[in-house]
Design a protein around this ligand. Structure first.
Ligand code: SER
Length: 320
């Protein structure tokens, strides 16, 4: 019989964490999944299973929790995103790097089975090919977030080569979802626009109308993450980061998609500092390796995602 897996999630109350926690609890049973975050305002989420407070910079407490719950896998999701990171670069670096090193050291010492580390399209820069960006290409990130993700990918690969830590990593595009909000990224407009469409009927976008970015609906991101983590180790051919793609669109195109459901919805454009970050990132991503190595497939396109987002957000927000 294979050993029971016990999973620790760091950053469980974030945009991705809330959804992965639910999926992992379903998969392993709620007694075998320990959700942690520095704080969590959502009491009902905390009560759905085991929840512990954890500052990802506190390696000692992280190790205690790993011992106490006999953890075998860590999903390390806590990080400061691109736009917020630019407001406090030194702390963004500290948080994103030191927390990962805590995780990797614990994984090495305690011989954990697996570690998951999310990377991002933020690793790419101005000189990266913009269309259909390959996995192996010029990587010169422009934000501290991107630099920390690039370095993080290499730390994961290093711990794999040197110590056999089975660390796995995906470069997510912008993630779109209707549960927890994203926390200060450049792709956040593509979440906010749905809320504003329903709540106010109008949206002021911080990117120009033709700024294309790679994006993905949350159910696809959760599926991709779990597929990667459950693939046999010999199928994981990349120990830095796998490109992962689904859709690519501009603010103008998402507006059109929303207008097919809410014809009176209007948008205006007021680009700010996030425009420069977006301009340094790819328009679209080539994820041929993920598809070939472990069978990645996405399900949602812009239309099906828009329909699902609006149906679910209508239950949540106060309509105009
Ligand atoms: N969604 C992230 C951000 O915009 C990119 O990975 O910062």
């Amino acid at each position: 019989m294979t050993k029971q897996e016990n999973v620790l999630i760091i950053g469980a109350c974030g945009q991705l964490g809330t959804e992965l926690t639910v999926a992992l609890r379903k998969m392993y049973g709620e007694k075998h999944v320990v959700a942690t975050d520095i704080h969590c305002a959502d009491e009902s989420f905390k009560q759905q299973g085991i929840f512990e407070e954890l500052n990802a910079l506190d390696g000692q407490r992280m190790a205690e929790l790993v011992n106490r719950y006999q953890i075998t896998q860590i999903y390390h999701l806590a990080a400061m995103l691109s736009a917020k990171g630019e407001q406090n670069p030194l702390f963004a670096w500290k948080l994103n790097m030191e927390s990962l090193l805590n995780v990797l050291e614990i994984a090495r010492e305690k011989k954990l089975h697996k570690v998951y580390f999310p990377s991002s399209i933020g690793v790419f820069g101005f000189d990266t090919p913009k269309q259909n960006t390959p996995q192996q290409t010029i990587i010169n990130p422009t934000t501290i977030y991107g630099i920390s993700k690039q370095a993080g990918e290499h730390w994961c690969s290093y711990y794999f080569q040197k110590f056999g830590v089975d660390a796995r990593c995906l470069r997510y595009p912008g993630l779109i979802s209707y549960n927890a909000l994203p926390g200060g990224g450049t792709t956040d407009y593509a979440v906010d626009i749905y809320y504003k469409a329903l709540e106010q009927g109008t949206y002021e976008c911080f990117l120009t109308e033709d700024t294309y970015l790679p994006m993905m609906y949350m159910p696809d991101a959760v599926k991709g993450t779990l597929d990667l983590m459950h693939a046999p180790a010999e199928q994981i051919k990349t120990r830095t980061g796998y490109n992962l793609a689904a859709i690519s669109f501009s603010p103008k195109e998402i507006t059109k998609a929303i207008q097919t459901h809410i014809p009176e919805f209007s948008i205006s454009y007021k680009p700010d500092g996030r425009q420069q970050i977006a301009d340094s990132w790819p328009d679209s991503i080539n994820d041929a390796e993920a598809r070939a190595d472990w069978g990645w497939q996405h399900q949602y396109d812009l239309q099906t995602m828009t329909e699902d987002m609006l149906v679910n957000l209508k239950k949540k927000v106060v309509l105009v």
